[in-house]
Design a protein around this ligand. Structure first.
Ligand code: URA
Length: 189
């Protein structure tokens, strides 16, 4: 990986045209938060609100995400939050494979700089590109996967919880599992 730095990431994404999503974007949403975070959250891609202001998870799904983490006593400032694709797919459609592939090198650089202990994959897209290409979110959610000492947890996307309340019980279980693992990691520090 050539020149692993946040400055290099900034340079690479400025005026990025690696896929067609640049055509309709207003802002590139790189991600934000604690660059030394133990927990990295990965969503799918910016929605309308995020595209309008350039920050991740600031709309309805973001509010729910904030509530979920505050319920387990983890503040947004403790997290690093980003997405698989950094530009909004029109109409909030799922990113195309070629769009995700074009953007993944940026996510890999973010991951390599943060070196998180826990990665939470929010929803099917993050789970597919980060956890396991063949995974189905309904089957794997809640299951920790240890990849070279980093723990990966797939769980439902908060937008899915807003659409289908019946998923909230499982999501709450996942949050408690994340809280427990995070507490253990902090004790080990
Ligand atoms: N949904 C996502 O996947 N990411 C965001 O940043 C906002 C909504």
């Amino acid at each position: 990986m050539a020149d692993l730095s946040w400055e290099n990431i900034e340079q690479q994404i400025t005026n990025c045209r690696r896929c067609r999503l640049y055509q309709q974007r207003n802002h590139i949403v790189l991600g934000e938060g604690n660059r030394s975070a133990d927990i990295m959250l990965i969503g799918e891609g910016p929605g309308a609100d995020e595209d309008a202001i350039g920050r991740p998870f600031v709309g309805k799904a973001g509010h729910l995400l904030d509530k979920m983490f505050s319920a387990i006593d983890i503040k947004r400032e403790e997290l690093y939050i980003t997405n698989v694709v950094k530009c909004r797919p029109p109409g909030n459609r799922t990113p195309l494979d070629e769009e995700a592939e074009a953007c993944l090198p940026i996510l890999r650089m973010q991951y390599a700089l943060i070196i998180p202990k826990i990665v939470v994959c929010l929803g099917a897209t993050a789970t597919r590109y980060v956890y396991d290409r063949d995974a189905r979110i309904t089957r794997v959610r809640g299951q920790w996967l240890d990849k070279n000492g980093t723990l990966f947890m797939p769980t439902y996307h908060p937008a899915a919880l807003l659409r289908d309340e019946s998923k909230k019980k499982d999501a709450w279980q996942d949050m408690q599992s994340i809280a427990k693992t995070y507490a253990v990691l902090r004790q080990e520090k």
